[in-house]
Design a protein. Structure first.
Length: 304
């Protein structure tokens, strides 16, 4: 098996669960306060109308989404699975509804982990208490969007919360010993390596267990597409993306698990950059860059 110079999720899962473990992407029928008017109606400027879950069949119940997955050819590749609530804001509902929806996904012992993606302004004590309850049955991960620690960029991308809110949410997750997976983005408007360095410095002062590094891409029907078409936003080149991603890897905590290292652009909606469609190209490029330059995760990490 190919060796990686960073903590790749697949290897972590194999060690954690003793065998290959796959993710089942679910649509829990949630909304997002940054779209329904509570915070804003526009959403983050890069967000497609599906809230980052274009490939999921959201017309059926959560339980049936899991059952359908189990009866598909994909499920034959593993025995253990992660129920991953991906679309929109998966803690944005009443505690009763959240509990019901999460329970629906845990249909049998093959589900070993419950993973929910959310916004920091939708994390509170009650939600953490509920998620902590699920820890008696399965592992629980909470994915938290940061994208950048730069609040000016946060405003520009209409994120709808500032970095302080993120920090407070992360502290709550820490308090309830919930594993936190942080999302950051490379190639955001008005950001260069300098802003990315600030984001990494900020993260190095925080306690989190996993990271998703996303490439910023432009999809149809978004505000970012408008900026792109007006010449006010240029997407990042692959070469720069690889170098920036390697900067992040070499400077973050060596213990953190890297859950993702590129974007998953929806083919039919992608406007730019084209290279985003070639996941292997990105992964191999990052791996080659690390190896050729004798780089590995955390080699420049400084605890703050
Ligand atoms: S928080 Fe997530 S779902 Fe909501 S608008 Fe932003 S990217 Fe889309």
């Amino acid at each position: 098996m190919e060796k990686y110079n960073y903590n790749k999720l697949n290897e972590y899962l194999k060690n954690r669960y003793g065998e290959k473990t796959l993710k089942i992407c679910l649509d829990g029928g949630f909304s997002c306060p940054n779209r329904d008017g509570k915070v804003s109606t526009g959403g983050c400027i890069f967000c497609s109308g599906k809230g980052s879950g274009e490939h999921i069949n959201s017309d059926i119940s959560i339980e049936n989404q899991v059952k359908n997955y189990f009866s598909s050819y994909k499920a034959k590749r593993a025995n253990k699975f992660i129920a991953y609530f991906q679309n929109f804001t998966n803690t944005y509902d009443s505690i009763e509804n959240l509990e019901k929806k999460y329970n629906e996904a845990l249909i049998d012992d093959r589900i070993v982990c419950l993973s929910v993606a959310t916004r920091p302004d939708c994390v509170n004590e009650d939600i953490c208490r509920l998620l902590a309850k699920f820890k008696k049955r399965v592992d629980v991960w909470v994915e938290l969007g940061l994208q950048t620690s730069n609040d000016n960029t946060g405003k520009l991308i209409n994120r709808g919360y500032d970095t302080y809110i993120f920090k407070s949410a992360l502290e709550l997750l820490n308090k309830y010993q919930l594993e936190a997976i942080v999302h950051i983005m490379i190639g955001l408007p008005n950001e260069s390596l300098d802003e990315l360095k600030d984001t990494v410095i900020f993260l190095n002062s925080q306690n989190y267990q996993g990271i998703k590094i996303h490439s910023t891409y432009v999809v149809k029907g978004t505000k970012l597409e408008e900026l792109y078409n007006q010449g006010k936003y240029n997407s990042i080149e692959l070469k720069d993306y690889i170098e920036n991603a390697c900067y992040v890897i070499t400077h973050i905590n060596p213990k953190v698990i890297v859950h993702k290292i590129s974007g998953d652009a929806p083919k039919n909606l992608l406007v730019a950059p084209e290279w985003n469609l070639h996941k292997k190209l990105i992964l191999n490029g990052i791996n080659r860059y690390l190896k050729e330059n004798n780089l590995h995760q955390g080699m420049y990490y400084k605890e703050i």
